[in-house]
Structures are given as C-alpha cells and as structure tokens.
Design a protein around this ligand. Structure first.
Ligand code: GAL
Length: 387
C-alpha cells in the first residue's frame, strides 16, 4: 500500500513539475469542460491528478486530439480532460470523435495534419489501421502520442500514455480467485469470459493478464468454462458493444447453463459487463435462489458503479482519465518545447515495428466497499451522479 501511495505521489509530483502552458483557446465549438479537479479529499490510494496545469505556461499552436467514439463513456471524459488541460496550457485543440469508424478517424487525422497540428494525440479505433496516415504525419514533422490504446505496426508513433493494462486483467482475474476462494473451496465453479474488441491491442493485455491468473484453475478443473470459449477470438466483443456482449451471453446461457449455474463472468470492461448483466437478468439471475455470478468490469462507468452499489456487478477497475490526460498533455507540451517526456516503461510495449516508450499509470480495484473513497472523495463523481 505504501509503495503504491509513494508511486502515485511521485507520478503526481512529476506531472506538476513538468507541466507548463498558458491560457489559450480551442478551435472546438465546445465550451471548456466542467472542472474535474481532484477535491481536497482525505489522503487515499486514488491517483490524485496533478491538480490541473500551470495556466502561466506558454504553449502555443494546434494539438489534434483524435478519440474513437462518444458511445462509450470514458472517451468523452478523455477528450474533455485533454481539451481542458491543453487549452489551459495555451494550445488550440482540435478534438474529434470518429464514431468507431476507421475511415472517419483517418480523415480527421489527415485534416489535423493539414491544419499544421504540432502534436497528434490518438486513441485509435483500430490500432493497426493508421500506418499510412501516420507516415504523412511523420513527414510533416508531427509528434504522435498514442492515448491509452496502442498504435501498432508503425515506427511513426513517438510514445504512449496508458495504464498498466496487463495489471487491469490481473486485478480482474485475482478478484475472481478471491471471491470464489479458489485456493480453498472444493469447486468446480463455472466461468465464462467476455473479452474486448479484436481491433484493440489493449484487449489482449486485459485477457492475457487475467488468464495468467485463471488458467491454472481451468487446467486443474476447479474452474470450468462450459462453453469451451477461452481464446481472444472466441470471446471477443466487436467494438466493445454492450448489445454484442449481451447477445453472446444470451446464447451461452441458453446452450450451456439451463441446468448448471454460472459462478463467475470475466468481463474485460464495463460496457461488456453491462451486456452480460442484461443477459443474466433475462435468464433469471439476480434473485435469492439464483444470485448474480461474480462479475468483473473496468472503467468505473456511472451505470456500472450504480450496478456495483446495487450488488449486480462485483467490481470494476478504475483508470483515472484525469491523471492520464495530465500525463499526456504534459508529454505533448514537452515535445512541443523540444524536450523528451518522462517514461516509466521503455521495454514492454513492442508494437510490432518498435518498442514504444510509455508512461503507464496504475489501475485501482473499485468495489462496493471503496467506491466512495476512490470515486467521490477524489472528485471523479459526485454522490448525486451515482444515485
Ligand atoms: C480499451 C480501454 C478500456 C475500455 C475499452 C472500451 O481500449 O483501455 O478502458 O474502455 O477500450 O472503450
């Protein structure tokens, strides 16, 4: 615990120490976002963002921010936070959302290149589909920062700001081990897996991290996957869509769980967990005789935190989008001013063309027991938002 607090403190100090920038404007028609500053709050393990940016800094020029979609809550927060921090640092911001369409994202990025963006901050719809447009960016001397998701198969990405995504999966897997007491209980327990989108490299890290912990129990027979679906391809959820996850879980419950009870569902994030929850409710789960299985998630979306409070979802993994936006805004500002950002991982993230230097933040398990401390005390949500 102390190590984590120290790590967070160091991260926070580093972000404050390296941030520079001044009041500026955005080319977006959007109004600056509502304040998401961390509240004073009691000291806790939450990644306290660096407390905003230095409004006397002298950042100038255009920064392109390319987000994948607005249909999943967290990307709206990522976009808003980046817009806020970069604007406060003095930059113009061109914030675009690609509606989960690769051609749309490519043309939005091309437009940012045409507008002489100094830096491109990109959370890709498909991390392997940007090589051509990023070679144009590189020719134009534009720095490219991957935001949370990896950009693969190209040398033309300078760095990535993300979370320790293998750890996200490990936290989900370990939660299932602990909740079912797999070390001591007789078993066997029935498990199903709902993984992320095949075009998102993060999904491989989440599933890999979880299966590193769960596979030994599957091998020993203490965990049984009655559908037999355990690979990334078999468990994938296209574009992380809730309805796709729900339809697949409907089919699995109908085919394999009419006489057997499902004990745990490993869901790689909250939007897929919502789909699994709907399918489970339709199959009669959530009653005294048939309680919900252990259900994981990630992102602490509002709908899912409400489900955690209601006892329908067991846990989510918190990735503080404010902290990520501060790290990435600081990276962009450092590049613009001719410097090289701080990284805390220059070995792990091989994107198939190079090892991409990274700053990876720590994720945090959120349950009914600590959501107030992690999410409300830190100012991420208000009590009312979770009612
Ligand atoms: C991943 C991201 C997760 C999850 C998912 C769907 O790349 O790291 O936090 O939200 O996309 O948006």
């Amino acid at each position: 615990m102390m190590k984590k607090k120290l790590a967070m403190a160091v991260a926070g100090i580093m972000v404050i120490g390296l941030l520079t920038g001044c009041g500026g404007k955005t080319t977006e028609t959007q109004e600056p976002v509502t304040e998401q500053e961390a509240s004073a709050g009691e000291e806790n393990d939450v990644q306290e963002p660096g407390g905003g940016v230095d409004s006397s800094s002298t950042g100038e020029g255009l920064i392109g921010v390319s987000m994948p979609t607005q249909s999943l809550q967290r990307w709206n927060q990522d976009g808003d936070n980046l817009n806020k921090f970069l604007t406060e640092m003095g930059y113009e911001v061109d914030l675009q959302y690609a509606d989960n369409e690769v051609p749309t994202q490519v043309s939005q990025i091309e437009n940012m290149i045409t507008k002489n963006a100094k830096v491109l901050i990109i959370a890709p719809v498909d991390g392997g589909a940007l090589s051509a447009v990023l070679s144009e960016a590189k020719e134009a001397g534009i720095t490219v920062i991957a935001h949370d998701r990896f950009i693969t198969g190209t040398q033309d990405v300078d760095c990535v700001g993300t979370f320790d995504n293998a750890k996200v999966g490990a936290l989900q897997g370990q939660y299932i081990v602990d909740a079912l007491d797999l070390e001591n209980a007789e078993g066997p327990f029935n498990l199903e897996i709902v993984a992320g989108s095949l075009d998102d490299d993060n999904a491989a890290y989440f599933l890999g991290g979880a299966m590193e912990i769960l596979q030994p129990y599957i091998d020993s027979g203490k965990l049984v996957v009655r559908s037999g679906q355990t690979t990334r391809e078999q468990c994938a959820t296209e574009a992380w869509q809730t309805d796709v996850a729900q339809a697949r879980m409907d089919n699995i419950l109908t085919a394999y769980y009419t006489t057997e009870r499902l004990d745990a569902v490993l869901c790689s994030n909250d939007s897929t967990s919502l789909g699994a929850q709907s399918a489970l409710k339709s199959a009669g789960y959530g009653t005294e005789d048939l309680p919900f299985p252990v259900l994981t998630g990630q992102d602490c979306d509002i709908a899912n935190v409400k489900a955690i409070i209601a006892g329908e979802q067991s846990m989510s993994v918190f990735k503080d989008t404010r902290a990520l936006a501060e790290v990435i805004a600081q990276m962009a500002d450092t590049f613009v001013k001719g410097g090289e950002p701080e990284y805390n991982d220059t070995e792990t993230y091989n994107n198939g063309a190079k090892v991409v230097p990274a700053y990876a933040l720590d994720p945090i398990v959120v349950t009914k027991d600590n959501y107030k401390e992690v999410l409300i005390d830190s100012g991420y949500y208000t009590e009312d938002e979770l009612k």
